[in-house]
Design a protein around this ligand. Sequence first.
Ligand code: ARG
Length: 458
Amino acid sequence: MSSKAWGGRFSAQPEAWVDAFNASINFDKTLIEYDVQGSIAHATMLANQDIISEEDCKQIIDGLNAILVDYQHGNLALDESLEDIHLNIEHELIKRIGDAGGRLHTGRSRNDQVATDMHLYTKSEVNTLIALITSFQKAIVNIAEAHIDTIMPGYTHLQRAQPISFAHHILTYYWMLERDKSRFQDSLKRIDISPLGAAALSGTTYPIDRHETQKLLDFSAIYKNSIDAVSDRDYIVETLHNISLTMVHLSRFAEEIIFWSSTEANFITLSDTFSTGSSIMPQKKNPDMAELIRGKVGRTSGHLMSMLMTLKGLPLAYNKDMQEDKEGLFDAIHTLKGSLRIFEGMIDTMTINVDHLEQTVHNDFSNATELADYLVNKGVPFRSAHEIVGKLVLWAIQHNVYLLDVPLSQYQKASQFIESDIYDYLTPQNCINRRVSYGSTGQVAVRQQLAIIKENLA
Ligand code: ARG
């Protein structure tokens, strides 16, 4: 008998280098646990349906469990000429238990087998990602709670815009991640579906019970169409998209961390334990972790594009092209898990340079909107107020001062409505706390926001 599971019809076999091109074992070994789980459920169902004997079923289950343990202890050699994880395990099982092992694949195909493995794997990993996102969100919230009164410059166009609360700024990432999390949660209803029993594409003549394997594998639903069951890779595209967008969010945050930790900004200081040095410049402390997270968006977005292109134009049902769904997904999941863990550690250990941040907003014109609002409160139309303040800013720039240093006489030349209370009105803290609109950066609104978040997280 040929060592290939499909060897019967062949009179010659591919050479090793051809086998190597065809094989997926070097990466789909990641699925071993799920493959064993799926096979155990299938064998159990076969026995309950009297398709195989109880005795064969017992031997199969014991054999599979022993193979898994051996693999986990590094005592199972995988063979490229056996193509993939499914055939490696089956081959090993038959080697160990003989004919009983040969009965496992009754009423099943590698097409529904691999789909089952991938659904189980993706479901488990997506749940891990959801937990990691939640943990990262908690780290953000902890920082926010400690920095409601920490002032920082808010930017638009990367130009100083208006003073804001550091908590308010950082909580923006909480909400981005909240949307990411809800996308992952929603995707579970399209991932958590059993394809098992679809066989090659058309179902099977054996009296199998697909609902039993669905329950044994704890799938919430079952594919209603056997061709769809083996052809669907939408959930992989969707997961890659959800990972890509989360990585884009982490990358935006990473960019801010990089900027904030620069000598120019000096808003934060990263811990030595999450930074690296330069091999030539002794003074350097680089934000490598943040840069790597920013950089890794290239690969996650690439994997998404690559999967979309692999699926484009694929006829029904299974095609070997689909083997290309694995490396990208595995790598994307690995990348996001690593990035979330590193990012959490990085922000947990960073120092926020509160005094410097406060000083920063005293040295800019980010209170100019406030001055315009002051005039509006005294009855000046906003457009005229904008013009008056613009001219005052220009005067201040020409005289090398900021708005809090403009003498009252100069203010009153610009507008009769400006009085001496303007100096108190324009302090950054007052600018922030005067913001009372829902969801704003004012202290009361930020506390309200935090209360909602903590309820969400509880
Ligand atoms: N290694 C294959 C994959 O990952 C398993 C399914 C193979 N099915 C087949 N009919 N050749 O897609």
